[in-house]
Design a protein around this ligand. Structure first.
Ligand SMILES: [Zn+2]
Ligand SMILES: [Zn+2]
Length: 157
């Protein structure tokens, strides 16, 4: 990517900067993501919360119901309600950043496609990116530096 790691909501009240690339990028085709966005899939960049630096505004958490019962907070702009990132399990140290809120959203491409069992049939997946009917084993797919970053968070989570 070109180095522009900034992004924000639709109205501009919330602006943020990533201090690094995400650890890993999911393209999620699950029905929850489809319903919550009214779209075909969601692209989530998994990144340490502390690497998302707020430049303006203060997102607010909206709790969503989940099948698993684990909390899922979506952090949104209080003004325009754009979803900026999700905190699955209320871990606080780790967020799933909505990649499409970056100013250059296409610079980050998915590392994996997940929950393809509910993928809309007209979306064709690239042959060179791993895809899974449900989830996958992190240890097999994530690059070592990303696994180390993830491991470093476990101490603080
Ligand atoms: Zn906004
Ligand atoms: Zn999903």
């Amino acid at each position: 990517m070109s180095g522009n790691f900034e992004g924000g909501c639709a109205c501009g009240q919330v602006r943020y900067r990533l201090t690094s690339k995400p650890m890993f990028v999911h393209c999620c085709h699950c029905l929850d993501c489809q319903r919550q966005t009214g779209s075909a899939f969601v692209i989530n960049g998994i990144i340490e919360r502390e690497r998302v630096v707020l430049l303006a505004g203060e997102p607010v958490a909206v709790a969503l119901p989940t099948d698993s019962g684990r909390p899922h907070d979506v952090w949104r702009c209080p003004q325009c309600q754009t979803a900026l990132w999700s905190d699955y399990g209320r871990r606080k140290v780790l967020v799933f950043l909505r990649v499409a809120t970056l100013d250059e959203p296409h610079a980050i491409v998915p590392d994996v496609h997940i929950y393809t069992r509910s993928k809309v049939p007209w979306v064709r997946l690239p042959a060179d990116v791993p895809a899974f009917a449900e989830y996958y084993d992190m240890r097999e797919l994530w690059p070592a530096p990303s696994l180390e970053r993830r491991q470093a968070l476990r101490g603080s989570a």
